[in-house]
Write a protein that binds this ligand. Structure first.
Ligand SMILES: [Zn+2]
Length: 137
């Protein structure tokens, strides 16, 4: 390892040139250069061995590349899965809540998307979304 002192040439990251370049040490801090002068742009700045890396850009996570897209099951997959689970038969007098699976006489299996008080539910069926009545006494 080369001994570095003020006046030595070192490789450092230049904050102006934005790359690692030859610099001349201006002042030292212990065994490390503290301030350096860029041989290319003559800019003087604090010594950085390398380009600063941001913590957030470190490990790549390919799954989060396009959030909201393809991260969830397709609707038909959800339908298939739900078909094997218990679901309530739909009737106007029934009481349903968000997330309930219902079996409708005409539309088939559907999932309650939202409940609008006092008596409406939005239900997503295989290929349509319907507003249905519930809680009818
Ligand atoms: Zn420079």
């Amino acid at each position: 390892m080369k001994k570095i002192a003020a006046g030595s040439d070192v490789e450092a990251y230049c904050t102006k040139c934005k790359i690692v370049l030859a610099h001349t040490v201006v002042s030292m801090e212990g065994a490390k250069p503290r301030r350096v002068k860029c041989n290319t742009c003559s800019g003087e700045h604090n010594y950085r061995a390398q380009k600063p890396v941001s913590k957030t850009a470190a490990p790549k996570k390919p799954k989060t590349k396009s959030p909201g897209k393809r991260t969830r099951q397709t609707w038909s997959e959800v339908m298939q899965e739900a078909a094997g689970k218990p679901h309530k038969p739909y009737s106007m007098s029934g009481s349903f809540g968000e997330g309930d699976w219902i079996e409708h006489g005409v539309f088939g299996l559907g999932c309650v998307q939202s409940f609008t008080p006092p008596n409406k539910i939005t239900v997503r069926f295989a290929d349509s979304t319907k507003l249905l009545i519930c809680n009818r006494s």
